[in-house]
Write a protein that binds this ligand. Structure first.
Ligand SMILES: [Fe+2]
Ligand SMILES: [Fe+2]
Length: 349
């Protein structure tokens, strides 16, 4: 397998080459002279400072050629939403933030273990849908943090694509693909979307309800765009002030979305109320059972389950059966007949 590296400086090229040479045939060229000639490249790694105008214009010049390569991993320097969006706009299918370790890079380039048929099958449709989903989330989050309108149609189309993947390949493939390739809030939103769709299918909901669910899931945490990344991605327990800040995200998401055309009242309701509990102990409006809709009840279960099984670099992944036990312990807060119906989704699908 040949991996081609394109970088904006010789030191960057040699750092990446050193990580890859033992595992792949690695070729490389400098970004300003890049031609990407041969057609047998399995993946490309782009390592460049996306704050530099020259890097961006060189990348725009080769975007057409880059997009012919199935896997395009961008290594960027800045953990900020604008750089991530920029990378996706320039053609990335995966984005990693420097300093990147060899293990992280290899994990992006290799889909599962060699010979792992399920992993390589899901790598095609599933990985593409997950990358499109991450790109759509990145652009929504950056729009909200910059106060720009959100591309609602794009988010809905991406969510439909995710729903098709779940229907074709099942939930387990989706969970594995997303956890392997995506991080933080985008990983969470992609997991919630997949789990909510699968839950809807298992409940035999109609097409319109499933669409409502996957859109609500894609948008549900959009208010986190207004929370500083230092708090959002803090690898430790939050203090009271930080927790209070995080708890502003459902109302912030509602405020950001309500100005956009194409968002239905049910979706707005789900975004605002996905942290409410039946016993009135949730936030932001401390609603009681009768005011919490079915879509919200389903979304809340998918959301909590996703948060428990997420892969974070500072915490091990909780096994699915253990996460389901936690849902079962939340009586009074969650609708127990729905939690019972979630059993198959949680454990076997
Ligand atoms: Fe949330
Ligand atoms: Fe969430």
């Amino acid at each position: 397998m040949r991996v081609h590296i394109v970088g904006d400086s010789a030191p960057r090229l040699s750092t990446v080459r050193a990580m890859l040479e033992q595992h792949f045939t690695a070729t490389s060229e400098l970004l300003d002279k890049a031609e990407i000639r041969d057609g047998d490249i399995a993946a490309v790694v782009v390592t460049a400072d996306l704050r530099l105008v020259d890097s961006i214009s060189s990348l725009k010049r080769i975007t057409g050629k880059l997009k012919r390569i199935r896997k395009r991993v961008f290594l960027i320097d800045q953990r900020n939403r604008l750089s991530v969006v920029q990378a996706y706009a320039l053609g990335a299918t995966h984005v990693l933030i420097n300093p990147v370790t060899k293990t992280q890079l290899l994990a992006k380039l290799i889909d599962g273990k060699p010979g792992d048929v399920a992993a390589s099958r899901s790598a095609s449709g599933g990985a593409e849908a997950a990358s499109a989903g991450a790109a759509s989330l990145a652009s929504m989050f950056s729009a909200v943090s910059a106060g720009r309108p959100i591309d609602i149609q794009n988010a809905k189309e991406t969510a439909s694509r995710i729903a098709e993947c779940i229907e074709e390949d099942g939930l387990s493939d989706w969970l594995a693909t997303v956890r392997r390739h995506h991080e933080g809030t985008y990983q969470h939103c992609l997991l919630v979307t997949g789990i909510a769709v699968d839950f809807g299918l298992n409940l035999r909901l109609g097409k319109a309800d499933i669409e409502r669910l996957h859109s609500a899931a894609m948008f549900h945490d959009i208010g986190k765009a207004r929370i500083p990344l230092a708090v959002l991605d803090k690898p430790a327990r939050l203090d009271d002030a930080e927790r209070a800040l995080i708890e502003t995200h459902p109302a912030a998401g509602y405020d950001a979305l309500k100005e956009n055309a194409g968002i239905s009242p049910e979706i707005l309701d789900a975004v605002r109320h996905h942290h409410e509990y039946l016993d009135g102990s949730g936030y932001p409006d401390a609603l009681c059972a009768e005011s919490i809709s079915d879509v919200v009840r389903i979304l809340t279960i998918a959301d909590i389950f996703a948060a428990l099984i997420e892969e974070r670099h500072y915490k091990p992944t909780m096994p699915r059966d253990q996460a389901y036990e936690i849902l079962l312990s939340m009586h009074g807060k969650l609708e127990m007949p729905l939690v019972a119906a979630f059993r198959d989704v949680a454990l076997t699908r």
